[in-house]
Each structure stands twice: as C-alpha cells, then as structure tokens.
Write a protein that binds this ligand. Structure first.
Ligand code: PLP
Length: 372
C-alpha cells in the first residue's frame, strides 16, 4: 500500500473537467488579470470569512508584506512572531524594513503568549501570530496584550482558512491577515496565490493600490506599489473550490478524529488536539503535526513509515526560523527547538480514504509495538 504525503494527481484530477472549462473560458476572453473572476472570488471569500473586505494577491507572503506596510509599521519597528512558522512570516517583516523578533511556541505549537510578553520592548510595534496547522491561537490573550501595549495585530492565517475562535473566523482579529493558496494548502490553486482580508476600509484602500503598482481604479499611479495580483484563472479555480470547502473541512476533521482515536494510547507520541477538545476553537487541520516523546525515535519511525509506503514531512525542513544561520538570529529558543527535534507531519488531505488512515495508524502502532 502507498499513502503519499500529498497526492497532487488526485487533488487536481478530481475536478479536471471543471478546471479545463475555467481555463478555456478565461483564456478565450483574454480575461487574465484584474477582471471579474477576481472580483467574484473576493466577494465570495469575504462573505465566507465574514470580513468586510478581501483582496486577492500574488501569494500569502506578499499579502503579509502589503499588510505590514499598510498598517504603518516602519523601518526599525520590532515585530514579534512565533519562530515555529514558515520563514515567510519573518521575511515579510524584514522586507518591510522592520525587525523580526522570533519567540517561543507553546505545547500546542502556536505562539506562546508568555514568550510574547517577555519580548515586548519599547520598540515593539506589532505581533504576527501564525495560525499554524489549521489551529487557532488563544486570540483573547493576544488581543489583550496588544491592547495593553498599544500593538498592531496582523495574523499569518496562511494555514487556517475557515478556522474559528469563539465563532469568529481566523483572519478577522487584527487589522489585516493573509492566506495562502499554495497548491498543497487546504484550498490550493494552480501555482502561487494568496488573499488579504481586513475589516478596515483604510487598509483595504491602501492594499488595493499597492498590490497593483500603486494604481487607482482609473489607472492613475498615486503611490509606490508592487505587482502582486491574483490572476483570473486562479481566482476562478479558487472560487469553485471555495464552494466545496466546508465538505473538505469536515473530512479533515474526521481524519484528525480517526488519528486521535487510533493513536491516543501510544505513550511514545504526543498528538495535536482533538477536533472537539475545545469548544471555543473550530480547527481545520491543514496539517497533522505530531511529536515523538523521545527525539531518538523520530528518524527511525519516519524511515519505517517510508519503507511501508507512507509519506511524512518535517515541517520547514525541521528547523524553526531562528535556527536558519543565514538569517542571522543569534538566539536560542529551547522549547521550540525541542519541538522541532521531535515533531513531524503525517498525511492529512482529502485524497485519503478510511483505509489509508487505518493503514497509517496500524503502521505507527506497529512501530511502537502496539497491537492493531
Ligand atoms: C505559515 C505560513 N506563512 C506564510 C506562508 C507563505 O505562503 P505563500 O507561499 O503563499 O507566500 C506559508 C506557506 O507555506 C505558511 O505556511
């Protein structure tokens, strides 16, 4: 049996006819850039996420950069983020001229509120929590810290479209947030793509201009901008996928429940929280990131799963942002480093059927000497 980590052929092949129709339709009209498809998708996305505005952008990293700049974060300002994130969170801060300040994650792999508090200085201007793996941070506590210290909140919601905290969709908690439609994401497009959502008209107006060369609606350049537009083919494909997204989320949560049920008694593992663990959180399981209790087990478990045809991934190649020497951080974050030594991702996507999940569970149990 073979359970690849991600099955592009299935995910993109299952709607091949619809995708071909979209491609042909947009191409025939030459309607590639900044056309109705984008407007429709933005409208449907903002309706879905219950935000006032949505803006398609080239990718989530650009969306973060555009949001940071629109929020008025300036060179020299410090911006706190969790080091257990993709480097994009930090690079967006860096390219805005601000200073990225990595902090620890907590046991749930999300930014540690305690570590944020310890790293606030007179220069801190903003916090960018990552809603990692489809989970949501404790937003009440983060918002409280922002209010107490007069800090701007921007969410890196790349991995958490549709997740909710206390009934509110991830992405709606701060001044703006950014989502990724990278192909392996819960809603992926044909290449790079992203979106910013905001409930602030001023931020919307700014990003509307800056994502498209600083041009206003009639085409006049009114400010410095960049080229970061979501093209029409991807917008139309994403619009199509958005309609089926609730079904996909349901399936992802089902898979998470199956993993939980099948692995909960394996003492050598630490599992992510169960979908029903906290009624304040509705989480969408972009990834299923689990830990081995003892870091020595990780490589042999991964190799064993590989020999059984099961794909796994070390998130970010197994390093938190501050651990990449080329970025010049000279700090240690022991809790995060320990998590990075022990965690890995097992298959989590809608191409998996129940047999695939049972197979993964059986093989993991087998490795640790537990019965089926
Ligand atoms: C947490 C996080 N932030 C940012 C990004 C960047 O997204 P994009 O590739 O769309 O720029 C990703 C993508 O993998 C991500 O997982």
């Amino acid at each position: 049996m073979n359970v690849p980590f991600f099955n592009y052929g299935f995910v993109y092949g299952q709607y091949a006819d619809e995708f071909k129709k979209i491609l042909l339709d947009v191409s025939k009209r030459g309607s590639f850039i900044m056309q109705d498809e984008l407007k429709f998708f933005e409208k449907n996305l903002s309706n879905y996420l219950e935000s006032k505005f949505a803006l398609g952008v080239g990718n989530c990293t650009d969306g973060l950069l555009l949001s940071i700049k629109a929020a008025g974060i300036k060179p020299g300002d410090e911006v706190i983020f969790s080091s257990h994130t993709f480097v994009a969170t930090a690079s967006a801060i860096y390219h805005a001229g601000a200073i990225p300040v990595p902090v620890e994650c907590g046991p749930d792999h999300l930014i540690s509120v305690q570590s944020i508090r310890e790293n606030i200085t007179s220069k801190t201007r903003a916090i960018i929590p990552t809603q990692l793996n489809g989970h949501v941070c404790d937003m009440d506590e983060i918002i409280k810290l922002c209010n107490e210290n007069n800090l701007i909140l921007i969410e890196d919601a790349a991995q958490s479209i549709g997740a909710k905290y206390k009934g509110k969709f991830a992405g709606n908690f701060g001044i703006a947030s950014s989502f990724s439609f990278y192909p392996a994401k819960v809603i992926g497009c044909f290449g790079d793509g992203g979106a910013v959502i905001t409930n602030d008209e001023n931020i919307y107006e700014k990003i509307f201009l800056t994502r498209d060369h600083g041009r206003e609606k009639i085409g006049n350049v009114v400010t410095w901008g960049m080229n970061s537009r979501l093209d029409s083919i991807n917008a139309a494909i994403l619009d199509f996928k958005l309609k089926m997204y609730d079904r996909d989320v349901k399936r992802r949560r089902q898979i998470a429940s199956m993993y939980q049920k099948g692995l909960v008694d394996v003492n050598e593992l630490v599992l992510p929280r169960h979908p029903d663990y906290d009624s304040n959180k509705f989480e969408i399981y972009q990834n299923y990131e689990l830990e081995v209790a003892n870091s020595k087990d990780r490589t042999s478990l991964i190799n064993y799963l590989k020999s059984q045809g099961i794909g796994t991934i070390l998130q970010w190649g197994g390093k938190a942002v501050h651990q990449f020497e080329g970025l010049g951080f000279k700090i240690s974050l022991p809790f995060t480093e320990d998590i990075m030594n022990r965690s890995f991702l097992i298959p989590m996507n809608t191409s998996l059927d129940d047999n695939d999940i049972s197979y993964v569970i059986d093989k993991i149990r087998n490795f640790f000497g537990y019965g089926s």
